[in-house]
Design a protein around this ligand. Structure first.
Ligand SMILES: Cc1cc2nc3c(=O)[nH]c(=O)nc-3n(C[C@H](O)[C@H](O)[C@H](O)COP(=O)(O)O)c2cc1C
Length: 342
């Protein structure tokens, strides 16, 4: 472990800015149009207050859980993120090694530069999940499902909220094209235009093609969530893609408040705007089972490769535990919405 990499997520962001080309850093932090939704993710979390409690006899905190037939140590997970070799030479492999050091459930995507099988070879014991963008005909999707199955993906995630490239004002100004930077060991998806041709039949079809549990990512509409539930999909990923794709103004906080009835029945994944331990605690009180880390993991990768990634998770884990000790939380049972003020 490299010493003195950084001591907070905020510092990691600042120092990573100095370590890579300015266009790449701006691309990492950029979001749809003027970035309103991306900022809103941070603001909505910031605006929630947590009600602490005293004398909770909470010396023995437990954060273990079981999902997809395996035990997970903590609810902090790595979001799927594409194009990681822009940030560090070995991109997804370094991220996977760093995540493995902290035993983090990790997602990798078909928009990445290194394939799932290549990552699996380097990190044989990482608990990981392959995410497929619907950027090709069904035969191609099926080939990716087979890769996931063969390489012990714990489930199968689909990205449904990024059909076309968004307009990002920052990228227009810098004229930065992420596809031109960083090495590529995994071929580009065959036909992104397919994404606009699929409807709900796609999920019914996918369910029949695999015994892996399906996690649709990008759910931010209550009707869509209900449709998933009616299709028997138990795992739901509430996300606005870090505000990078659609400047909707809707955040995961808005939606989690409205799906309290699914607590205990469905497994809820969430992401967007997490920069500190108390943010994670807020999402957990809102009913999330797993909380995804996006950009911060890449700040870690830029700063120190795999060591930087593991340091990010180490910091967040420690901050979450400390927030639990000082806030009077012992376990998931204490994480209820009535511990929050909006
Ligand atoms: C560089 C980058 C690449 C991303 N690529 C993907 C992707 O391939 N699939 C996906 O579902 N989301 C992708 N996302 C969105 C993240 O999975 C996640 O939803 C978002 O980053 C969470 O917000 P945060 O960055 O504030 O933590 C990407 C985000 C970033 C920053």
């Amino acid at each position: 472990m490299k010493k003195n990499l950084f001591s907070s997520i905020y510092q990691a962001e600042k120092t990573s800015k100095k370590k890579i080309r300015s266009g790449t850093f701006k691309w990492l932090n950029s979001a749809a149009e003027d970035g309103f939704t991306s900022n809103k993710n941070l603001i909505d979390l910031q605006n929630i207050k947590i009600i602490p409690r005293i004398l909770s006899k909470n010396q023995n905190i437990t954060l273990k859980s079981k999902v997809f037939g395996t035990e997970i140590d903590c609810p902090i997970i790595l979001c799927p993120m594409g194009h990681q070799t822009q940030f560090s030479q070995n991109g997804e492999i370094s991220t996977a090694i760093g995540s493995y050091e902290e035993k983090i459930l990790s997602f990798f995507s078909t928009q990445g530069r290194i394939g799932f099988d290549q990552i699996r070879k380097k990190v044989p014991n990482l608990k990981m999940i392959w995410q497929i963008f619907p950027f090709g005909k069904k035969e191609w999707i099926e080939s990716q499902i087979k890769i996931a199955e063969k390489n012990r993906s714990l489930a199968l995630c689909f990205c449904f909220d990024a059909s076309v490239r968004s307009h990002r004002y920052i990228e227009r100004e810098t004229n930065y094209d992420a596809r031109k930077y960083g090495k590529r060991l995994f071929p580009v998806s065959p036909d992104p235009s397919q994404a606009l041709q699929y409807d709900w039949e796609f999920l019914r079809w996918a369910k029949q093609k695999t015994s892996l549990k399906i996690i649709p990512k990008g759910l931010i509409n209550l009707n869509d969530i209900n449709k998933c539930v009616n299709l028997g999909i138990k795992n739901l990923w509430i996300s606005n893609h870090g505000g990078r794709m659609f400047n909707s103004g809707i955040t995961a906080v808005d939606i989690l408040k409205k799906i309290q009835h699914l607590r205990g029945k469905n497994t809820i994944f969430v992401d967007g705007g997490v920069r500190k331990g108390s943010d994670i605690l807020k999402y957990l009180c809102l009913g999330a089972n797993y909380v995804g880390i996006g950009r911060p993991a890449m700040y870690g990768l830029i700063n120190g490769g795999s060591s930087g990634v593991s340091k990010i998770f180490k910091i967040l884990k420690s901050e979450l535990k400390t927030a639990m000790y000082n806030g009077g939380f012992k376990s998931y049972k204490d994480m209820r919405i009535d511990r929050l003020i909006f």
